[in-house]
Design a protein around this ligand. Structure first.
Ligand code: GLU
Length: 382
């Protein structure tokens, strides 16, 4: 196990371009009174504002809707029935969103509420829409506050815990850092509540079966939303090239504390999000179709540019926006693979046109590029 320089480790947060932070219910809501933990939230929001000021993009995945809403409906303590939690979430979410809005507004930061259900990250078309909206919000300087849409999510179609939801969001947005603020300061070799001699694990370079075993088996004292779901989230995050940090959130200024070297566990990815994405594109076994391009486009792609409609001659096969396609040069050889921003029909209609004409031809304003360079891998050299 590595002992690493904590300031170096904390740069993973301070130097990240796009950061997702998951905030657990226990931090936001006072368990006894069922009220918002306002002073904690103020300190957290001050941290978020500081990161924004440094030019970092922030996405919050916040729990707390059910915990906040139940008191207002007079629901008893203890486990709620599904319909009761759905009702509580509807009442609590509006309060939660309002609290973020009010506090972030002090720093002139615009808050956007986004409620997701499982299908929004698992079904391609909805995934693309959710990703598009979130990217637009970030580009316009807003801070999205995401939660699961508990009011309509039923038992079979829910993420169930926001650790995995946050990891899916980090993956979807190509974030470079995901922080899970929790009630524990990181991973231990065993459950520290049961085994006081459990050792702290500062860094995980690979999620081995031993690491998974440290999180405890099913039904462990930490239960759902416990260490197991955090390891599941870590697998998703590191697989997408994103660093993941499990840190204790209960103190004031939890993000600042991580930057100052407070104890936390870092899970390290093996590559950057763009590299992981490109690896995935290059590994597509069966591209859905082909886009034939002219010699000028071949030169542009080799110079690291995106594929614009102007360089496209025609397309072949059936593909949708978001599918992987082969890009074929005038000599018939596949030169690249990439994710098409247009369906085969739309790609054919805008082939040979200037990007400025896309809206007139298709009736909507899509991306300027048919395949953006971040979504493109060259297969051979000129
Ligand atoms: N979405 C739930 C809520 O806002 C919380 C899920 C979780 O705690 O992970 O109340």
């Amino acid at each position: 196990m590595n002992i690493e320089d904590p300031t170096l480790a904390s740069r993973r947060l301070s130097a990240a371009k796009r950061v997702v932070v998951k905030v657990g219910s226990a931090l936001l809501v006072d368990a006894q009174k069922g009220r918002l933990n306002r002073s904690w939230l103020e300190s957290f929001v001050a941290d978020v504002a500081r990161l924004r000021q440094r030019g970092q993009e922030i996405v919050l995945v916040s729990s707390g809707a059910i915990a906040l809403g139940r008191r207002h409906l007079g629901l008893p303590p203890g486990k709620l029935r599904l319909e009761e939690s759905q009702a509580a979430a509807a009442v609590g979410q509006i309060r939660l969103a309002h609290a973020y809005k009010e506090l972030l507004e002090h720093y002139a930061i615009t808050v956007a509420q986004v409620l997701l259900t499982l299908g929004d990250t698992e079904q391609r078309r909805r995934y693309l829409n959710a990703r598009g909206t979130l990217n637009t919000l970030l580009a316009l300087g807003a801070v999205p506050v995401i939660n699961e849409n508990d009011t309509v999510a039923t038992a079979e179609i829910r993420y169930g815990d926001n650790d995995r939801l946050a990891a899916r969001v980090a993956q979807m947005l190509g974030a470079d850092c995901l922080v899970l603020l929790s009630d524990i300061d990181g991973l231990y070799t065993a459950n520290p509540n049961e085994q006081p001699d459990a050792a702290f694990v500062p860094t995980v370079e690979e999620i081995t079966p031993q690491i998974e075993a440290m999180a405890g088996g099913a039904g462990s004292a930490m239960g759902s939303g416990g260490m197991q779901t955090k390891i599941a989230a870590a697998k998703i995050a590191v697989g997408a090239g994103c660093h993941l940090c499990i840190a204790k959130g209960a103190h004031a200024h939890p993000l600042q504390r991580i930057e100052e070297g407070a104890r936390c566990t870092w899970f390290l990815p093996t590559a950057t999000p763009v590299a992981m994405r490109k690896q995935w594109i290059a590994g597509t076994l069966k591209p859905a179709g082909e886009i034939f391009v002219d010699a000028g486009a071949v030169r542009a792609l080799h110079a690291g540019k995106s594929l614009l409609p102007a360089g496209v001659v025609r397309s072949q096969g059936r593909f949708d926006r978001g599918d992987t396609v082969s890009i074929v040069g005038p000599d018939g050889a596949e030169i690249a693979r990439g994710i098409s921003a247009y369906s085969d029909g739309d790609a054919s209609r805008i082939a040979g046109r200037q990007s400025a004409e896309i809206e007139t031809v298709l009736g909507f304003r899509g991306r300027d590029e048919i395949v953006h360079r971040d979504d493109l891998v060259l297969l051979r050299n000129p």
